[in-house]
Ligand binder design. Structure first.
Ligand code: ATP
Length: 868
């Protein structure tokens, strides 16, 4: 590894050009919405760039009119909605989530002469993707007592009158929920309780402090909160009890402030606990620093800018439910590990759907977006099953992962989950490790949970003379993580071989498949692999975001085909697969896919809609340039994305060879050191790089698709995809490496002109990716001239060698996509010549082995040089 720091210029050599990105002066808020706000007034003006801050303007140029039209229209609509809301009586403020103007917080004050008088109530409003066709979703983020509001703030609305506008539900909340008393019975009970507490707590301060007046258990009995929901309710209540500390409540904190002890008076003249409960809920101040009080519509340029610099660009995806909600199905050692070792308090919204479903014990295919917490959702049932059966030295669960990185990561998480469960032993068999030591460990006793990569598992099956086979015959749980990849052409033969050893139809075996994308190619294999009474669960975050009613499901009937949870999209596997096949057939017959000849696996037919699969916290853009400036555009994008504090950037390349070449190019020509990760690197190197990228900030990782799926690198700020992705699924999984957890992320796909049809493929799946115009700076122009004139550009032997190998892999990659590209191999070869001479800066087109040319079926095509 080079000793140079990433992104540091090499000043020792005056001939070397610095690549350090220009950073704006300290203290200047590059991404603040005040910039966006200024710009937003001109968002439909092609010259709007002038109103960007000088820093923003130096990095990005405005979108073309046609690109921003749609966004502008939507933004304007939301903008006018916000200004309407702001002018309504009793609306104190309207705050827009930074970087995501679809999410707003409206603060309403309670009406006089009601128990809510003087209180301030935050209402979360989310303009869904179908807005303005459907009402925006609303939830009370401030705790109140009302018969139409659930303990977690879910509001029961009656059918609301048209026209659809954000004002309608807000007016309803203001006038009906906050404007009238809750049911007299509830008021009576609350006031009775208040009086009783007033006697017990004699000081006036106690009288006015709801935390002292009410214990969670007392309040929960008043509100009739069920025992199973009590834990969550307590957590919701906790910030009031500890109101001097900052505590998160669903992304908000309840702050103590001088006014928190001021009393308000209800109709009956008594001190109202109802209003005081909620008065001081505000946005987390660290997140709200730059949240403007007024709405500022954002065009994608601003969105890019603010995403690059924002701390958080989307509301949290956590539910209000702790893992304790499933204490009837998960053992205490596991629950303790989740809480104490992993530090997870609440389930994600998707885990709320996945965990009850998988704990049911049936075969299941689970689809859930990237970064939503699938790993523990399959690990927990593996652990629970294994600890229930307590079979010493026997494999209870087998987890198959497509890559070594993912297998290691899963093993790491599994080990954390079993810290209080000493009976359970985790082990991992994967390529790149010493197989003999794996065998030796098994001789001492088999692990309870075995995590494997497919190739290594086959090696073991071949050499251990039936002992592992015997283990598999008694397996209780089988997990195929990233199942669509494992069941696709590359891995399928290995998986088919492995599952021949497993009694797939045994009632004692639960098979779980987890993935973020369900391409049609999966349908048939899934149907034939899972038992017919299995399920398909589409854990779509939006389905439960505002509901969470699946928690009404009783123990042991958490999910079944007769009484499916109302808001969870779960259905028998056979139905799901049939339906998917029908969708595929109807789309084809409607000619929806006729624009381009497609390969046999038509990606447009999926069970779940692709467009919902990219997490909402990921802002997506594409950048287009001609083939010869691709490398410089990449450098430009790196400068942009590394300009923020604590950057972590992943750049995906199509092949291992391309990754290796661009690592050397960046280092030798542009003086940028990056981390290198692909299948041609040794396992220790991969482990080292993976650890470094996981734990350190200000890093750039160049990688092939070995990092595309499942790998959980925390806080990746930007993901760049260089060139045409393999397919839409691959694009989605790569995007998912950023925007994980609570962090927002930015995804940029860099396409040269002949690859722009990929945008159509995305659009067919409902994924609209706006264009971002990025100009090359003077520095890059200089380099272009040098490259074109082949002057002074240092080319080490290593760089030349890597360039030649990349050239060959480039032809191979594009030749395997001729159908999608709609061009012939001859055209690919012609483009490869431009690529070799103009992108790679080679003096001549490299010669390739005859056998390689034959394999790619390009031998004999003019332009291909064969090695003598
Ligand atoms: N309930 C939770 N609370 C906090 N963090 C969580 C929770 N569940 C999972 N995480 C964390 O969220 C991150 C993403 O989880 P995980 O890798 O399991 O996602 P995934 O759905 O498998 O993503 P991918 O499809 O990309 O593989 C991890 O860092 C994990 O530790």
């Amino acid at each position: 590894m080079s000793s140079r720091q990433n992104y540091k210029s090499n000043n020792a050599n005056p001939n070397k050009r610095t690549s350090r990105p220009k950073k704006p002066p300290r203290g200047e808020k590059k991404g603040s919405l005040s910039n966006s706000k200024k710009n937003s007034n001109n968002s439909n003006n092609p010259n709007s760039r002038q109103t960007l801050s000088p820093q923003a303007a130096s990095f990005v140029t405005p979108l073309t009119q046609s690109d921003i039209d749609l966004n502008t229209l939507r933004s304007q609509l939301r903008s006018s909605e916000i200004s309407n809301l702001s002018s309504l009586p009793q609306i104190l403020s309207v705050n827009v989530c930074k970087g995501n103007d679809r999410y707003i917080i409206v603060q309403i004050t309670g009406s006089p002469d009601t128990p809510y008088a003087g209180g301030k109530y935050d209402v979360e409003v989310f303009f869904g993707k179908d807005y303005p066709k459907v009402f925006p979703q609303c939830r009370l983020a401030t705790k109140i007592v009302h018969q139409s509001v659930s303990p977690v703030g879910v509001i029961t609305f009656p059918p609301l009158p048209s026209p659809i506008s954000a004002s309608t539900p807000i007016k309803y909340i203001r006038d009906v929920i906050l404007g009238t008393n809750p049911s007299p019975e509830l008021i009576e009970r609350a006031e009775e309780c208040n009086k009783k507490n007033a006697i017990e707590n004699t000081t006036p301060q106690d009288m006015t402090d709801p935390a002292l007046n009410y214990s969670p258990r007392r309040v929960s009995s008043i509100l009739g909160i069920k025992e199973t929901d009590f834990e969550d309710y307590k957590i919701f209540y906790q910030p009031i009890l500890t109101s001097t500390k900052k505590e998160r409540v669903k992304g908000f904190v309840t702050m103590s402030s001088p006014s928190s002890s001021s009393s308000s008076t209800s109709k009956s003249g008594s001190t109202s606990i109802l209003s005081k409960w909620s008065k001081n809920a505000t946005l987390d101040p660290s997140a709200s620093e730059s949240v403007p009080s007024q709405f500022a519509p954002q065009n994608p340029v601003d969105a890019l800018w603010s995403t690059l610099h924002s701390k958080r660009s989307a509301p949290l995806n956590y539910s209000s439910h702790s893992f304790m909600t499933l204490s009837h199905a998960i053992s205490s050692p596991t629950l303790s590990a989740v809480r104490k070792t992993m530090g997870f308090k609440k389930m994600t919204l998707e885990q709320c759907q996945m965990l009850p479903a998988v704990l049911e014990g049936k075969d299941i295919l689970v689809r859930s977006n990237t970064g939503t917490g699938k790993t523990i959702s399959f690990l927990i049932p593996c652990i629970e099953r294994a600890s229930e059966l307590r079979r010493q030295s026997q494999v209870s669960a087998l987890i198959i992962s497509p890559t070594r990185e993912l297998a290691s990561q899963t093993a790491e998480m599994a080990n954390q989950l079993v810290v209080f469960n000493t009976d359970i032993i985790i082990d991992i068999f994967m390529g790149g490790k010493n197989i003999n030591s794996e065998v030796a460990r098994c001789e001492k006793g088999y692990p309870t949970i075995l995590i494997v990569t497919p190739g290594r598992m086959l090696d073991h099956l071949e050499r251990d003379e039936g002992k592992l086979e015997q283990q598999l015959a008694n397996l209780n749980t089988l997990v195929l993580d990233e199942s669509d990849q494992l069941l696709a052409a590359g891995f399928l033969p290995s998986i088919e071989t492995i599952i021949q050893y497993i009694p797939m139809t045994s009632p004692d075996l639960q098979t779980m498949m987890f993935t973020a994308t369900v391409p049609p190619s999966l349908h048939e294999v899934v149907s034939s692999t899972l038992k017919p009474d299995g399920y398909f669960l589409d854990a779509d975050e939006s389905k439960t975001k505002w509901g969470l009613s699946q928690f009404n499901i009783e123990k042991n009937v958490m999910l079944n085909s007769k009484s499916p949870a109302p808001l969870t999209k779960i259905e028998p596997i056979t139905n799901a697969m049939k339906r998917a096949a029908q969708i595929a057939a109807s789309r084809t017959s409607l000619g929806l896919d006729s624009t381009r000849e497609k390969p046999a696996t038509n990606p447009s037919a999926t069970i779940a809609n692709f467009k919902d699969m990219v997490g909402t916290s990921i802002v997506q853009h594409y950048v287009s340039c001609d083939i010869s400036s691709q490398a410089l555009m990449l450098k430009r994008l790196l400068s942009l994305s590394c300009a923020r504090k604590d950057y972590k950037v992943i750049v995906f390349f199509q092949t291992a060879r391309a990754t290796a070449y661009f690592v050397s190019l960046m280092s030798e020509v542009h003086f940028i050191d990056v981390l290198e990760m692909h299948s041609r690197k040794s396992q220790p190197h991969r482990a080292h790089v993976s650890h470094k990228f996981k734990t350190e900030y200000d890093q750039v990782l160049f990688t092939s698709d070995v990092s595309a799926r499942g790998v959980d690198y925390p806080n990746v700020t930007c993901c760049i995809q260089f060139g045409l992705p393999q397919n839409v699924e691959n694009y989605i999984h790569r995007c998912g490496r950023s925007g994980r957890g609570i962090q927002g992320g930015l995804s940029i796909v860099l396409l040269s002109e002949f690859e722009r049809f990929f945008l159509e493929e995305l659009e067919e799946q409902g994924i609209e990716v706006p264009r971002l115009e990025v100009e090359l700076g003077g520095e890059e122009e200089e380099i272009i001239k040098k490259l074109k004139g082949r002057m002074d550009v240092p080319k080490s032997k290593e760089l030349l060698n890597r360039a030649k190998l990349h050239y060959q892999a480039w032809i191979g990659y594009y030749c395997s996509h001729t159908k999608r590209l709609g061009i012939e191999k001859e055209d690919i070869v012609n483009k490869s010549i431009v690529h070799a001479l103009e992108v790679l800066g080679l003096d001549e087109v490299p010669a390739i082995k005859k056998s390689t040319a034959e394999k790619m079926a390009v031998d004999g095509i003019p332009g291909i040089r064969i090695e003598m």
